[in-house]
Design a protein around this ligand. Structure first.
Ligand SMILES: [Zn+2]
Length: 299
């Protein structure tokens, strides 16, 4: 099946109406490889659009946007950093939110005290954020012991409001690490709650529900990737920036004999090969109420 940039088409795409390929955005790759839907459907990068409203005008991306990476740990942004760089290049404002303090990340040097480990992780993440002129919010919950509590929800709601997030990248619902799964679940709930005035925090409620995309997980999980961003032009910069997580480069080298460069080039190369470019990042939209948009949000 041919990849149509910006769109995913059901198996009966030859029957689709008025929007011709020449009308479609040509930057980036957001395609679908499989024919998951048995019906005629017309799906924009960020969601499902019925044929009658699928005009080029309604599908045009609205930029600049406020984009937030919400992850459990400092360095978990590795599966969307190329896309964030591409967002930054189109003028979007980027924010990084990490929910835990990363204090358990020094598997290679367990003698380091948790407070010192958290300080180093925070510093590394801050340096990376600085390169994207991004705000960095660290909620500092206990690494590897993250629980969904009223306090955590309230703090994440405030963080989402503070960044005025319109597009969120977060973990997939299945992953090897329970902190990742918990964050994915928290984002689903807190993105919705961030709009509701009945939960008061320092910042004002969001006007609109943000679009949410989930990144590919670590581990042998089925990940039904449906949306792809060509990050070929940003792959080198992505890997260079990830190198700022010096402690994690060292930890991964010791644990699995490979650092960010090998891990990213293998996975991004795999997704790239799937959609016909050198390097791509793959996503699944979160099917939460309000999180799927009738217009294109991915770069
Ligand atoms: Zn992690």
């Amino acid at each position: 099946m041919a990849i149509i940039p910006g769109y995913r088409l059901g198996p009966k795409h030859d029957m689709l109406p008025s929007v011709s390929h020449s009308d479609l955005p040509t930057d980036g790759i957001c395609g679908m490889l499989s024919t998951l839907s048995p019906t005629t459907e017309f799906v924009a990068c960020s969601g499902i659009v019925s044929p009658e409203i699928a005009s080029p005008e309604t599908l045009r991306k609205r930029t600049p946007m406020n984009v937030a990476s919400i992850m459990a740990h400092q360095d978990d942004e590795m599966h969307c950093l190329g896309t964030l760089l591409k967002c930054h290049a189109r003028g979007d404002r980027i924010a990084f939110i990490t929910v835990t303090d990363g204090a358990k990340g020094f598997v290679q040097r367990p003698e380091i005290q948790p407070a010192e480990a958290a300080r180093i992780r925070h510093q590394e993440m801050s340096e990376l954020a600085h390169h994207l002129e991004a705000e960095y919010l660290n909620l500092r919950e206990p690494d590897e012991f993250l629980y969904d509590t009223p306090e955590v929800r309230t703090r994440l709601i405030e963080a989402i409001r503070r960044t005025k997030a319109e597009l969120i990248f977060t973990h997939y619902g299945e992953d090897y690490n329970l902190d990742h799964i918990t964050v994915s679940s928290l984002v689903r709930h807190c993105a919705m709650q961030a709009r509701l005035p009945v939960i008061a925090t320092e910042s004002a409620p969001l006007v609109e529900h943000p679009a949410i995309f989930m990144v590919s997980p670590h581990g042998p999980f089925v990940f039904p990737a449906s949306h792809f961003v060509d990050v070929t032009a940003f792959e080198d910069e992505k890997i260079e920036l990830l190198g700022l997580h010096r402690s994690q480069e060292e930890a991964m080298q010791q644990a699995v004999g490979a650092g960010f460069s090998r891990l990213c080039r293998r996975l991004d190369g795999y997704w790239g090969q799937a959609v016909g470019c050198d390097y791509a990042e793959a996503f699944v939209p979160m099917r939460a109420r309000g999180a799927i948009k009738p217009y294109n949000v991915l770069p």
